[in-house]
Design a protein around this ligand. Structure first.
Ligand code: ZN
Length: 378
């Protein structure tokens, strides 16, 4: 999309309009008038505007129309919209008021009309005040995950499967890992299914919905579930479009397990299991019949997960960069401290690249594995 030159004034006016599309006037005005009691869609309260210097004892002179977001102080005969109110309350100019309000609402700097749904779907910013809702319990989180995955599975998977196929991950592997996708045109339908199945408050606590009551998985619609004992307990999702940052989005909370750890359940003790970085590398190996579990980021291994690996011969195949090398060394120590050993393969590229660019990659990979295991055991 070509970027059209626009003046600063036009940019601010577009951003102001974007603010007005998403702002909740009730929440906004009550923040400044916490003791006011709305009657229907009106607020009649003591006026808090500093420059008016009200005594605080007279008649409530501030009237707010919560439907349209307009205020009026009868005592000083001054009024306007929410942005004007913000200017007066914080004693700032229009531009700064718009910028600060937009940031607070999670709106991007560029307020073009076509982006309004993306803006409304944007995940909540982590508030500096640390005021976060209570996280959802494990049982409800799993219920939300399963329902979300089922809703997405019912949609057209073509684009998601195409994305994976271009990375060498076939449809069968994707299905076994329960990777699901939904096209952007299905966004509202998936959102409505979730709204029908759970109270908004639970969806928000799980991070699936934002404070504006929208599904936050809007740009990130290729979903990778973390399954433990047959149940999805967490979901991380990727964008399939180029140029979208961040590329990943997840539910609230921390990564709860190794990715694909459930695949180890049926594996015989003493089997080789690869420890790799990310979903793509994990599924690349799975597509070639190698058992693999994935870390989210090179440094993501937690000590308490080692127990699930204890009965296998574990081979790390992390990225050949500084972070990957450092992590592999640290994990080697971690395994050793538990009386386990961690073998290590160093590829010239990450696992996915290696498999995509070498016709005999699977054979080479198996031979490399044999070599490092012999070394360790000999
Ligand atoms: Zn006033």
């Amino acid at each position: 999309m070509p970027v059209e030159p626009e003046s600063e004034r036009e940019r601010l006016l577009a951003l102001r309009d974007a603010i007005k599309r998403v702002i909740d006037y009730r929440t906004f005005y009550l923040r400044y008038c916490p003791h006011a009691h709305p009657t229907g869609n009106r607020l009649q309260t003591l006026c808090p505007i500093p420059a008016h210097a009200h005594s605080g004892r007279g008649h409530p002179s501030l009237s707010v129309d919560l439907t349209r977001g307009l205020f009026h102080c009868f005592s000083r005969d001054e009024g306007g919209d929410a942005i004007r109110f913000y200017e007066l309350m914080h004693e700032v100019k229009f531009g700064r008021a718009v910028g600060e309000l937009a940031r607070e609402l999670g709106l991007g700097g560029r307020g073009s009309r076509g982006r309004s749904l993306a803006q409304r779907a944007a995940p909540d910013e982590v508030s500096a005040s640390g005021h976060e809702p209570e996280p959802l319990g494990a049982e409800r989180m799993a219920a939300v995950c399963e329902t979300f995955l089922a809703a997405c599975r019912a949609e057209d998977q073509t684009e998601g499967l195409g994305y994976l196929a271009r990375r060498g991950i076939d449809a069968g592997t994707a299905r076994r890992a329960d990777v699901v996708y939904f096209p952007r045109r299905a966004y509202r339908r998936v959102m409505r299914k979730m709204q029908a199945a759970f109270p908004l408050e639970e969806l928000q606590r799980g991070g699936l919905f934002n404070a504006r009551a929208h599904l936050t998985f809007y740009r990130h619609r290729l979903l990778f579930p973390f399954r433990v004992e047959g149940r999805a307990i967490y979901v991380q999702a990727r964008t399939t479009a180029a140029g979208v940052e961040p590329r990943w989005h997840n539910m609230r909370g921390v990564v709860p397990s190794l990715y694909n750890v459930d695949a180890l359940n049926e594996l015989a003790s003493g089997s080789v299991v690869y420890l790799v970085e990310g979903f793509t590398d994990t599924l690349t190996l799975a597509a070639h019949d190698f058992a693999a579990v994935g870390l989210v980021g090179a440094g993501g291994l937690k000590e308490e997960w080692l127990a699930s690996l204890g009965r296998f011969r574990v081979v790390a195949a992390l990225d050949p960069d500084a972070a990957g090398r450092r992590a592999a060394e640290r994990y080697g120590e971690l395994f050793k401290a538990r009386g386990l050993s961690l073998a290590r393969i160093t590829l010239p590229a990450d696992v996915n690249d290696f498999f995509r660019h070498r016709p005999a990659a699977a054979l080479e990979f198996a031979l490399l594995t044999e070599a490092v295991l012999d070394e360790g055991e000999g």
